[in-house]
Design a protein around this ligand. Structure first.
Ligand SMILES: CC(C)(COP(=O)(O)OP(=O)(O)OC[C@H]1O[C@@H](n2cnc3c(N)ncnc32)[C@H](O)[C@@H]1OP(=O)(O)O)[C@@H](O)C(=O)NCCC(=O)NCCS
Length: 188
């Protein structure tokens, strides 16, 4: 099996409180609910969802990205349920240079309970152990305090500030790039 097949075979990951599993088209409603919230999308390039069809489109796109080997995004579910409450995964994997870009989002009612820290830790472990990553990156709009705090707690370092890197709500905004290299992750 080629290593790229991992996009399609995406294994289930477990943490203390979460199961991370493939997203399917049946997750459309749950995705809509997560992104139909101005506070979740506040720092995103795209607008808050207003139509359940957007949840379906996102689910379909996510599944297509598995098959095109473009992105691997897990859905987060709590024990005893199968409804996803957030997503986490690699939005890009540069195999030649052995780095990947991580992304995540969580339904607001679950914020600040350490859940995404658990999910990110599992996704990092999978990346370093099974994808042979040497570096993981994340880009965060300056001002996204929660995301920057999450990355810092996960061991990422601020790599720099990219001036006007993002077109966001009709203006160019600065972005912080964070990075975590394997050797730093290993020594914690
Ligand atoms: C970013 C996000 C996923 C964090 O998820 P979470 O489960 O609430 O994060 P955690 O509870 O694991 O918190 C991780 C750390 O960040 C801190 N943190 C989280 N939200 C914070 C906030 N709003 N302000 C300050 N610190 C915050 C926590 O205190 C914790 O640090 P600690 O261990 O020292 O206490 C969530 O806020 C979210 O979905 N935001 C909207 C989507 C988004 O912006 N995604 C990222 C785009 S780059």
């Amino acid at each position: 099996m080629a290593i790229e097949d991992v996009f399609v075979t995406l294994p289930v990951l477990t943490t203390g409180r979460l199961t991370l599993r493939r997203i399917t088209e049946a997750d459309a409603d749950a995705l809509f609910e997560i992104f139909a919230d101005d506070q979740v999308t506040e720092h995103y390039a795209w607008d808050t969802f207003t139509d359940p069809e957007q949840g379906r489109e996102l689910a379909v796109r996510t599944v297509e990205q598995y098959h095109r080997r473009e992105a691997m995004r897990w859905g987060l579910v709590l024990p005893g349920t199968d409804r996803i409450i957030g997503t986490c995964g690699y939005t890009r994997w540069a195999r030649d240079n052995r780095f990947a870009v991580v992304g995540y989002d969580l339904a607001r009612k679950h914020w600040r309970r350490g859940l995404m820290s658990e999910a990110v830790a599992a996704v990092l472990r999978f990346g370093f152990d099974h994808l042979a990553l040497n570096r993981v990156e994340a880009t965060v709009l300056v001002g996204n305090i929660a995301s920057a705090a999450l990355l810092t707690v996960a061991g990422f370092r601020l790599a720099g500030r990219l001036a006007q890197r993002a077109w966001h709500r009709n203006t160019f905004q600065d972005v912080h790039m964070f990075g975590l290299i394997r050797s730093a992750w290993l020594t914690g």
